[in-house]
Design a protein. Sequence first.
Length: 369
Amino acid sequence: METIPKYREIMDYIQEQIQNHVYQQNAKLPTEQELSEQFDVSRPTVVKALDRLRDMGIVYRVQGSGTFVNEGYTAATQQGSNIISVVLPFAQYRDTARLDEMNILKGIEKRLSQHGFFTMIHYCKDNGEDFIETIKAVKSSLSAGIIAYVAKDVMDCGEGEIYELFMGDYPFVLVDQPIIGINLPCVRTDNVKGAVMATKHLVDCGYDTIYFLSDVNLNYNESIRERYIGYCQVVQNYKGLVNFNHILITYPEQDVAHITDIIQQLLDKHKGQRIGLFCTGDYFASRIYKILLSLGCRTPSQVGIVGFDGLGIQLPDNKQLTTIAQNFYGIGKLASETMLRRLSDPTMPPDTIKAEARLIEGETTAVRE
């Protein structure tokens, strides 16, 4: 039998007390010390539970004053089955304005509100363990269904646990990528077509060697794997005319020295050639761009970079990144429409719905002069 972590016990207890109206909106919760004594745990365990509840939108914390029940959450629990929960793996970005998060939420909230549904936002970290824990907690609440933006590395949590959590009649709609082995409705970008556009653009710009650069293991992320498939399709069409290669960079973000060594080796190997880099995400592309600047590399005349996402990231020298822009608002709208159909017809087939992406030509690629 699975042992529930102590911090989860604290989370479940507080959620139950809120749902039973023991703690009303804006009510102050017991102090960290009181909860520590009540559950016979350390203060860090209590802090972890309260931080997770804050990320999920259930409580808010005021430094020096304590932890309080979120007014929006208590209003939602009173509406019962009119709540649709949205799980987003962006806890580390809560204080920044991410275009993907904002536009997905706009698309979801607008459509659901038109049908009388209240949207409850829950944040988790972008890793499989935190994502699964959040889904468990939200599923035990009063939500009528969950729209979940799937975190990376979710398959690291074990197929048995994932299968047990997601199978059954509970309404789920996944966003961005499916969960391997789980047959659920999924709304996502057409990553293959997007990757074909990115790679073909680098070919058309006349780059001699084109690399596929990924910071995510292709075996654990379906979206990234599909981008590699799209890249490979272009490789097949231009084999012999353009050199192609791929590199997986899975080192921690802070290990800039190691990543810099990899890029320097790449530049040395293709000295005198124009190199095109297709990076699997905009944040990753911006990191590579900063490294190229530090190495004195000329972009886009010497090295061209294409990202994927369309997040409007500001590069250090104010250049605009060439990227494949996902239609995040459209994805949110399609996800909410899929959830509404799922609620009205639980027997609907769990189709995958794909949204089109588009190429935004910035200043990090250029045609050969």
